[in-house]
Structure formats: structure tokens, C-alpha cells
Design a binder for this molecule. Structure first.
Ligand SMILES: [Zn+2]
Length: 373
């Protein structure tokens, strides 16, 4: 033990999460889709901020060969007025609530008949925005951003009233066309400025510390959740296990260190008791060799609960001789990660197929921008 350094070192490898992490952190056991909505909401607020208070940005907003000049001008003028209101409605404790619905959502269509939609809300600042879970689940971040941007415009006022989808407004055929034009312009800016990534994710966050001799050191470790089923109910999250994981470690000698490894396996999103739910915690000695690393597990503990579940104990720890590691679950947050900075061929290929999927989604017939199915 004497060769332990008094000063501890820590490595937090930050996965490749880009700037667009959501501002709020919640306890786990909630619906991940809900956190994706909040991550997209944060992107929307950041994007609006980056445009609406800067004249040179505002002048470029809505400019596109595909939009008539008169509509471009109206779009800018409208956005300048409603943008700050949208920011206000989407921040702080009293921000507009989101609700996820399993059942289909209907609104009155242009022909006066009920029409199924992915999201709906009442006009004006009060009331929740409802999202159809099944629709949102299959959307990529830019589509959710578009959807939230459209709905948010129903909640603000322009010339003394809120805009409905079917009313006539300025040079636009109806409110829907205006709201979609603004939402589309916002999504473009968000993509260009990196406020929205290509993939949703959840970060599980732990506060961990290591103690040895009479010193201690701690850090906040984010872990990227890996979903193992399409419904997002089963997943793994880990520290010190995969190359991109963060963890806390203690150097022993120049080529050797003790690190904390943790793996949580969650089978049904903190639902009822389940045999596949566990948290495996280890202290691992990692020695660098010519070929890479050699590892030896020095201590191991199994907990048959998930420290992130609301009813569970949120802290866990493990010791080996005079060294002890302990962690406490802090919370989880939705993110959109940008893979654009990772240069691998497969990534580029999958991105371009994503890109074309999105394009086809966004250009699917005329009122498709309103996310009807
Ligand atoms: Zn609408």
C-alpha cells in the first residue's frame, strides 16, 4: 500500500456526448422517451436563443430558395415575436409540461374530420403538450425537435392571439404551414450549430469516491446507457467496463492501477422483482503490458437491485485492503449525441442512411410535416 500515491487521479472519459445534454436531471425509473423529449426541448431553447437575440442570425432565419420572399419575411417577423415567449415557456420549474400517451391522439383536420397526430396541445400558454409515445419512439432527434417546435408555437401569442393549425395567417395558407416553416428553419439551425445530435441517449450519473490511507477523492461520472430492447425498458449501464466508460482509479505503480468497475443490468425499467436485475461491482488491477492491458479482479460484490430504481438503496461500495470505492446514484438525463466527430466508415454510412431516412420523412407529402400517420 505504501506505493500508493497520496494524490489520486481520476479519469472521466466522456463518451462522445456533444453539447446537447438536457439541463435537468431526474431520478430513474421514468420513461426514457420522456427524457428524449426534454433533451430535444433543451436543444430548441438553445437554438432559439442563438437566433432571436442576434440580428445577423435573425436576418438569415427562414431564408430558403423554396420559400417565397413574402413568407420568409413574415416567418422572421413572427419568430422574432414568438421566439422569446417560447424560451420563457420552456424553462424553469413552471415550464410547459409534457405528457406521453399510449393511445392515439386526434385533432380536427383541415376537412373538419378527426385526424391522428403525433402531438397536440391546447392553444395558449396553459395546459400540457401531449405526445403519442409510439410515434415519438421511432423518431430521430431532429424530428422530435421539429415536433416540439411546432407545438410550442401554439402556446404563444402573436398579435394578441394564439395560432391554430387551420386558421389563415399572413401570406401562409394556414397556421400549420407557418408553424411548420418556423419549426423547419429552427431544425436547420440546430443541425448546423450542433445543438441537436443524430441519436438520443440517456446518461446515468454517479458520484463516486475512492479512499486509501488517509486521503480521499471524488468525481461525478456519467455513464452512457445501452438499451438492449426496442421498447427501451431493458438496459445496461457501466463504469470502467467498456473503453468509453468513465470511472475512478488509483495508480499503484507507473504501469499499474486499481480501478472501479461497475455494471448494472436492468431488465424492466425498475418494474417488479426480476432475476436479471443486478449490480456487479469490482475492484480491478489493470497492468499495462506490451500488448495492452492485463487485468486481475481483486474484489467483487453483487447487489441484486439497481441503485437507480426509486425504491432501491442508491449507494454502493467495495473495498480491497486499505482501498475503498463508494458511489451514489445522482440522476439520469436525456441527451442527443453527435456522432459526426467519430470518423469511422460504418458511422458515416449509417449516418447517411439516417440522413436520407430523415429527408424522406420531412418531405413526405404536403401536410406530413405535421407528423400525421
Ligand atoms: Zn399544430
Amino acid at each position: 500500500m505504501t506505493n500508493f500515491r497520496k494524490a489520486f487521479y481520476i479519469i472521466i472519459s466522456l463518451y462522445s456526448i456533444s453539447s446537447a445534454a438536457s439541463g435537468t436531471v431526474i431520478g430513474n425509473g421514468g420513461d426514457p422517451i420522456f427524457e428524449f423529449l426534454n433533451a430535444a426541448r433543451s436543444s430548441m431553447v438553445e437554438t432559439i436563443r442563438s437566433v432571436v437575440f442576434k440580428k445577423e442570425e435573425l436576418d438569415k432565419f427562414c431564408s430558403s430558395d423554396k420559400i417565397e420572399m413574402e413568407k420568409q419575411r413574415f416567418c422572421r417577423h413572427f419568430f422574432e415575436i414568438v421566439g422569446p415567449q417560447i424560451i420563457e415557456l420552456n424553462r424553469g420549474q413552471d415550464r410547459t409540461k409534457f405528457a406521453l400517451k399510449e393511445e392515439a391522439l386526434y385533432v380536427e383536420g383541415p376537412d373538419g374530420k378527426p385526424m391522428a397526430v403525433a402531438a397536440r396541445t391546447q392553444l395558449g400558454p396553459l395546459g400540457v403538450v401531449e405526445f403519442h409515445r409510439g410515434s415519438v419512439k421511432t423518431m430521430i432527434p431532429t424530428q422530435v425537435l421539429f415536433l416540439i417546435s411546432h407545438e410550442s408555437q401554439h402556446k404563444v401569442e402573436f398579435e394578441g392571439k394564439s395560432i391554430s393549425d387551420n386558421q389563415e395567417i399572413g401570406p401562409f395558407a394556414d397556421g400549420r404551414e407557418l408553424l411548420d416553416t418556423v419549426a423547419s428553419a429552427l431544425t436547420e439551425v440546430a443541425k448546423k450549430k450542433g445543438f441537436i445530435g443524430s441519436q438520443f441517449g440517456i446518461q446515468d450519473i454517479f458520484d463516486c469516491s475512492v479512499e486509501a490511507d488517509d486521503s480521499s477523492f471524488g468525481a461525478r461520472i456519467p455513464s452512457a446507457r445501452r438499451f438492449s430492447s426496442d421498447d427501451l425498458m431493458s438496459y445496461e449501464t457501466s463504469m470502467g467496463k467498456n473503453p468509453t466508460d468513465g470511472t475512478v482509479f488509483l495508480p499503484e505503480t507507473s504501469g499499474s492501477k486499481l480501478l472501479l468497475r461497475m455494471m448494472i443490468s436492468e431488465p424492466n425499467n425498475c418494474g417488479g422483482a426480476h432475476v436479471d436485475r443486478f449490480n456487479q461491482v469490482q475492484i480491478v488491477r489493470s497492468i499495462s503490458t506490451d500488448e495492452g492491458f492485463e487485468e486481475e479482479v481483486l474484489a467483487e460484490r453483487m447487489f441484486f437491485e439497481n441503485p437507480m430504481c426509486p425504491q432501491a438503496k442508491h449507494d454502493f461500495g467495495i473495498s480491497y485492503e486499505q482501498v475503498s470505492f463508494s458511489c451514489n446514484y445522482f440522476g439520469s438525463t436525456g441527451t442527443t449525441s453527435s456522432q459526426y466527430s467519430v470518423f469511422s466508415k460504418e458511422m458515416k454510412n449509417s449516418l447517411s442512411s439516417l440522413e436520407s431516412k430523415k429527408e424522406s420523412f420531412l418531405s413526405r407529402g404536403s401536410p406530413a410535416l405535421d407528423f400525421y400517420f
